[in-house]
Design a protein around this ligand. Structure first.
Ligand code: FE2
Ligand code: FE2
Length: 274
């Protein structure tokens, strides 16, 4: 089973890359399931219903979010009627939407997607580890589903790595999001879970984490309020990770995917040219 995960899609440039690459890769690589983090899709801040629809139309099966989940107020309403859009699972009870869902993939496989969020250097929310324990208990890999994809949205590499090991052997793929910079540690953990600390962003890398670099630089150099952050508008690098999952739900391959824009091209050679 072939799964593609796409890192934080940033603004118009990131969305253009999703529309350009996802339909092509779905076909060329015969992808079974595509997950995409959309927390920065609307001008860098949150997601709108029409943008979510655009991503699903492009061939994304599930859109995950993070700390920017509700930056666009309409999300509080439309997330309730969009089962393919997930917000962090460890928000307090009563938060609109859901943090996990079970989907049917291209060839009928059942895929559980879970979107926990870290707490280190982030908002104080509920325990992501306890939330994972509950989810994995309710829908065990190989018993109640064929694959489990976890988008761990967190600031620190340590918290993401700890969560990866916590679910090793119980999830198919754990991939970090939020830092907007891809890490080089793609690996299959000892128990068989494919793991990558951060998928990186799908956005313009001539920027400060996806935003036009002038204003972020100014705020670091001079501590005075200035202009608004604007998404950088150059060509995005389509950035994420590809994983092959066996019949037992565990991973047999994980490889970063980076296409277009400024980063060096990378993709799973065994799947053929993108
Ligand atoms: Fe992000
Ligand atoms: Fe984030």
């Amino acid at each position: 089973m072939r799964i593609l995960f796409v890192g934080d899609v940033l603004g118009r440039a990131g969305r253009a890359a999703v529309v350009r690459y996802v339909p092509r890769l779905r076909e060329k690589w015969a992808l079974d399931f595509v997950v995409c983090n959309g927390e920065n899709a609307a001008g860098g801040f949150g997601i709108t219903e029409s943008i979510c629809e655009e991503m699903l139309m492009a061939g994304v099966d599930c859109v995950t979010l993070g700390n920017h989940a509700f930056d666009q107020r309409e999300t509080l309403v439309f997330i309730e009627r969009q089962p393919r859009l997930l917000r962090p699972i460890n928000y307090p009870p009563g938060t609109p939407g859901r943090g996990s869902n079970l989907f049917t993939a291209a060839r009928g496989q059942q895929v559980l997607v879970i979107n926990p969020m870290g707490r280190v250097f982030m908002d104080a929310i509920d325990d992501p580890f306890a939330a994972m324990e509950r989810e994995l208990g309710a829908c065990p890999l190989g018993v109640a589903c064929d694959a489990i994809v976890v988008d761990m949205h967190a600031e620190t590499s340590s918290e993401k790595m700890a969560l990866g090991h916590f679910v090793d052997g119980r999830a198919s793929l754990v991939v970090g999001t939020h830092t907007h910079v891809p890490t080089a540690d793609a690996q299959i953990l000892p128990g068989g879970t494919a793991y990558l600390t951060d998928a990186g962003m799908t956005g313009d890398y001539d920027s400060v984490i996806g935003m036009d670099k002038e204003e972020p630089m100014r705020r670091f150099i001079r501590k005075t309020p200035g202009a608004r952050y604007e998404p950088a508008s150059g060509e995005a690098t389509f950035c994420g990770v590809a994983a092959e999952i066996g019949a037992d739900g565990l991973a047999t391959m994980i490889t970063p995917v980076r296409l277009g824009g400024r980063l060096k091209r990378e993709w799973p050679q065994e799947w053929g040219a993108p």
